[in-house]
Each structure stands twice: as C-alpha cells, then as structure tokens.
Design a protein around this ligand. Structure first.
Ligand code: HEM
Length: 415
C-alpha cells in the first residue's frame, strides 16, 4: 500500500465538498452565477453600501474575512480602479480591526501577519518570503508536489475513470503543505478536519516544532524555527513557539482550500472546452496562461475585506471610520475598463495582472507555490491520461459558492 492509499477518500469527500455543511457558512449553497449581478453593481457605481453577498441577493448570514461584524457599516467595491486604490492605501484600509499579538492573543489564522500592518507586517513577512519566491518553486515541486501528484494518479490510473475535484485537486495542496511541515499523510486529514479548532492543529505540530529546534531538516518548520526577527528596538530573537504556530496556521488555512478550488476551476474550464484542452496538451507552454486566465476569470475567493481607520471620501462614497470595506476582486477581474470580452475564458488574451492573489503589501505569499501545484498537477494529468475528457453520463461540473467558489465534482474518463 502506498502512503497515499492511507488517505480516506470518503473523509476527503466530506471535508472538501463545497455543498457540505463544512463550507455552508461561506455560502456553499449559492448556485447562481454571481457575475451578472456584479456587472450591474459595477455599472451603477464602483462603491455600494452593503456586503457583497447581500448586494448579490443572498440574505443568509455568512462568515468570511470581514464578516459578520453586525455593529459596523459595510461597503463593497466592484471596479478595478476602486479595488486597486483600496489595496494601495493600507494606512486607511487596514487588514484588521484590532492590533495583533502573536504571543498572547488567541491562536488562529487571523492572529497572524495577515492582520498586521506597516513595518510590523513587513518584518514578519520578510522572514518567510525567501521560501516562497519564484525560484524557490523548484524546492516545493521536488520535495513535495511532484511525488504527491504522481502517487495520486497511480491510485486511479487503472480505473479508466476518476473524480478529479476531490480525489486529485483537493488532495494535492493539503498534502503539499502538511508534508512541508513534516506531518505524516495519515494525519493530513486530521489537520484539515481541525480547521476552526487551532488548538488541535497545534497539538499535532508541537512535537514537530520541538524536534526541528533540536535538529533542523530541509522543510518549512525548520525554516520557521531558525528564522530570526528584529524587534522594533533592534533586538534580534528566534521565533517563539506561538509565533511559529501562528505562521503554520496561516499557511495551512491560506494554502490548502484555495489552491484546491482554483485547480478544479482551471481543470473544469479546460475540460468544458475540448479544443482549448487539446491546444494545451499540444503546446504545454499554454498551461501557464490557462492558469492565469482561470485566476482572472474565476478567482476562488472573490472577496477580501479591509477596515477603515478614518473617515474617507472614496470613489464618490463617504466611508466612515470603523466601516468594513469588501474588495470584490472577482468583479474587478472582469472590469471591461481593463479587459475586452471580460466574461470569456480566453487563454490567448494579452496577459495583465489580475487581483486573484490580492494586491498591495498582503498580496498572496504562496502564489508561486499555488501556480506550481496547479501546473504540475494538470501537466501530469495530461502526460499520463490519454484522451482525458468529462464523463458524458455523469452529472456535469458546475461552479458554485459565494465566498469560496469552486467546481461541484469533476467526473472524467480516460484511456
Ligand atoms: C490559487 C490559490 C490561492 C489563492 C487564490 C490565494 C489568494 C490569496 C489572497 C487574495 C490573499 C490576500 C488576502 C488579503 O488581501 O487580505 C492571500 C494571502 C495569503 N496567501 Fe494565498 N492564495 C492561494 C494560495 C496560497 C498558498 C498555496 C499559500 C501558502 C502555501 C498561501 C499563503 C498566503 C498567505 C500567507 C497570505 C497572507 C499574506 C500576507 O498577509 O502578507 N496562499 N492569498
């Protein structure tokens, strides 16, 4: 039995079904195409009072970055120019309503550099940035991504059919990030199942952190335990356990669900367009633009929030201090002021940066790892599965979800 065979597929399915209870609070039951509503909103003004989901017609209470905060006023931004301006002004549009305290605050992905600002954010981010730069992608590919991808394909190769959304796309990022921490495969799903209960994840990580402090290896926890941070007063110190756990929780939460859903979106977009899939199979250089276009066309997380630190007149709307500003980056990514025929998935359009990975100082730290996972994953499917196609007799994939968008299931045949 290979290590990957230890993965419990039924458990994987329950943890990674957008329609399941696990993702209900982020709008997993939302099945309508939101883009027509977002176009209308952008056309009637770049900034609207309300949350993105309310303005899109969803009345349930949802939970995501910047939500629910019922006591604050909420505004949402839909144009490229206004989203760009918000990202470029982190002094006014801060990432958190409260100061961050890694050593005594509650453990969790939000009590991390994601919520910091200014110089503090720069100091913490600089510690991990070297492991995430483009030419470090090979380190990730050789150590963790390639092996995972091929073992997963080995698991279904003989069947002539597979469900790729969960059995492939979901498994790759969670196994990549957990194995980069030194967590064994059999515990990878315990970690995923414990999202929302950071104490449980910390108990899994604690012995690994202690072991790497004794004897570092070539992995991410070793990078964290050896990193030295310079405090504001100039003193240098190694990261405390609480700081290492904060980074680890952030990387786990930020890195696994997102890449899973974006890989599924990319794969579905290609499988639904057999001519485009054939072109990518023929000329593998087209895989990179196919991924960039999926990120523009349908970013898995369409919104991230900021908190106004003072009153501001912003693109025609007065935003009072304390308000939450929801940056609807998915709407910005289809702004006709920036892209022609913005609703079309067109891998040959001229490449321009999109906001799928955010913008400004908090732009996604893991974007090159995410791109590498998607590229190696889809590339290996094309290399190893001849005549890969959607199963015409199965329910066809659909894109669903409000704040976490992705494909329902991707049933394929090959051979
Ligand atoms: C396709 C997959 C991914 C997407 C669409 C994505 C998207 C994003 C976005 C939009 C942000 C900015 C959030 C904000 O502005 O508040 C972000 C931040 C972040 N992402 Fe990703 N992400 C992906 C994959 C990853 C991976 C694989 C990792 C790590 C291995 C990762 C780690 C992070 C971290 C640490 C931050 C916080 C950066 C900071 O605060 O300076 N992400 N991501």
């Amino acid at each position: 039995m290979t290590e990957i065979a230890i993965l419990d597929r039924a458990r994987l399915r329950s943890l990674f079904d957008l329609r399941g209870s696990y993702l209900a609070r982020t709008g997993g039951s939302f099945e309508t195409d939101p883009y027509p509503a977002w176009h209308r909103l952008r056309e009637t003004g770049p900034v609207h009072e309300g949350t993105v989901h309310e303005l899109t017609g969803v009345s349930e209470d949802l939970l995501f970055a910047g939500l629910p905060f019922p006591d604050r006023r909420h505004f949402s931004v839909f144009s490229w120019a206004a989203c760009d301006a918000a990202y470029r002004n982190p002094e006014v549009f801060a990432s958190s309503p409260d100061p961050v305290d890694l050593n005594s605050g509650a453990s969790g992905a939000l009590n991390s550099m994601l919520s910091m600002g200014g110089a503090e954010h720069r100091r913490y981010r600089a510690l991990v940035q070297p492991s995430f730069v483009p030419n470090r992608a090979e380190w990730w590919i050789h150590n963790w991504i390639e092996r995972t991808v091929h073992l997963l394909i080995d698991g279904f190769l003989a069947d002539g059919r597979a469900e790729l959304n969960v059995d492939f796309c979901a498994a790759i990022p969670v196994l990549t990030i957990t194995s980069s921490f030194g967590v064994p495969v059999e515990q990878a799903l315990d970690i995923r199942a414990s999202i929302g209960q950071p104490a449980k994840i910390i108990e899994i990580l604690r012995p690994i952190v202690a072991a790497r402090r004794e004897e570092p290896r070539d992995d991410l926890i070793s990078v964290l335990v050896q990193a030295e941070i310079t405090d504001e007063d100039g003193t240098r110190h190694r990261l405390s356990d609480a700081e290492v756990f904060s980074f680890s929780l952030l990387l786990l939460i930020a890195g696994s669900g997102t890449t899973w859903k974006q890989m599924g979106i990319t794969l579905t977009a290609l499988l639904q367009r057999p001519d485009v899939l054939a072109a990518v199979r023929e000329d593998r250089a087209l895989l990179r633009p196919a991924i960039e276009e999926s990120l523009r066309w349908m970013p898995t997380d369409p919104m991230f929030a900021r908190y106004a630190t003072r009153d501001i007149d912003f693109h025609g709307t007065h935003i009072p201090e304390g308000s939450v500003l929801h940056i609807c980056l998915a709407a910005a990514n289809r702004d006709p002021a920036r892209w022609d025929d913005a609703d079309a998935y067109d891998i040959r359009r001229q490449l321009k940066p999109s906001f799928a990975f955010g913008g400004g100082p908090h732009i996604c730290l893991g974007m090159h790892v995410a791109r590498a996972e998607i590229r190696i994953g889809i590339g290996a499917l094309l290399d190893r599965l001849p005549n890969l196609r959607l199963d015409p007799d199965a329910e066809q994939p659909r894109f669903i979800g409000m704040y976490e968008r992705g494909a329902t299931a991707i049933p394929v045949l090959f051979g």
